[in-house]
Design a protein around this ligand. Sequence first.
Ligand SMILES: *Cc1c(COP(=O)(O)O)cnc(C)c1O
Length: 426
Amino acid sequence: MIYQRSSALFREAKKYIPGGVNSPVRAFNAVGGDPIFVKEAKGAYLYDEDGNKIIDYIASWGPLILGHAYDPVINAVIEKAKKGTSFGMPTEIETELAKLAVSMVPNIDKIRFVNSGTEACMSAVRLARGFTAKDKIIKFSGCYHGHSDSFLIEAGSGAVTFGSPNSPGVTAGTAKDTLLANYNDLESVKTLVEANKREIAAIIVEPVAGNMGCIIPTEEFIKGLRELCTQEGILLIFDEVMTGFRLARGGAQEVLGVAADIVTFGKVIGGGLPVGAFAARNEIMDYLAPVGPVYQAGTLSGNPLAMSAGLAMLTALNAKPEIFRSLAEKTEYLHKGFEKALDKKGIPYQINRFGSMISVHFTDTPVVDFASAATGNNETFKRYFHGMLNKGVYLPPSAFESYFLNDALSYKDLDDTITALEEVAL
Ligand SMILES: *Cc1c(COP(=O)(O)O)cnc(C)c1O
């Protein structure tokens, strides 16, 4: 396939936008080459500026679980837009979406809408700190919770000492309140909790990780986190920005059978428009302004266009919960096809899959945390990514990302994808 016009557009974009993109992963830094510029998309396919038709496995990084330009969402947004795009005043549709979300997700009474997953996680942590009157949080290496300062932290020198900034601009003062543990390693969490007795407000975790490829939590780990939090008076925050309304109606809480204290959302809940949200039981949510003392606000929060997209999306998922099973079946089909294709190539690989999330790591080490994910061979990954793109299959342009299947993908698309992999030289 030819990507000439995309390359020209990228050169032009780089003159006016840092790196030519508004979010770094889009620039293809991890895989090299120029990104493709999208013209339009429908169902399972992207159509780029060079006229290529491409099977899409990222679906805008998750939101488009029913495929691109899903008619009920598009029509809802068009109709809403005719009546005004923003008021900064209450509207009925905010309550409709809140009521539906609360009815679908376990263990939540109230929900607050924001504009992104980043905002949702940032606000959830502030609420947890205010509610518990404690400052420190624990996060896991390789989990992503958006780009707010408290999360741009890497492990410090000693395992029980505080974290250090992993981006210039994050202050040492902020970093000292974020402690880093290892995913699927309950002992690493217990060590931090012991060393910081009665100082920890919250543990935030991706209940199924998707930001170091797809990583499945062990039962011991995820249930152990719940027990530890209950024992120690720590709030457990499930970051369900990726898993919420994707793994099941009730997200990872439902599938894993583990209750969180605060849950954050993004991606699917906005149906492709900018929406994030955080939710909890009344006692916690009523600690938020204007009822309680913890401040949080947003000029465009609960925006009518965004709410109408979210409402159309959740209404469709709520009416057809069998979608989650059929998506998981498609993902399993892809998994088996990829195994067959990769086995023939005789190179080491791991495939992790949970529901409609899946990823391939080119390593012989089982991928259970950030360190094992980092053992993947990135040169092989680059050949894989570009080989697939040349055959018209768009995968995430980084080995540290999960693929998101969408309901518009047909078994023919999956077969075409598997055939493409068989033909790619790794
Ligand atoms: C995407 C993502 C975020 C950040 O959401 P944005 O809308 O990009 O700010 C937070 N947490 C998880 C788990 C995510 O996958």
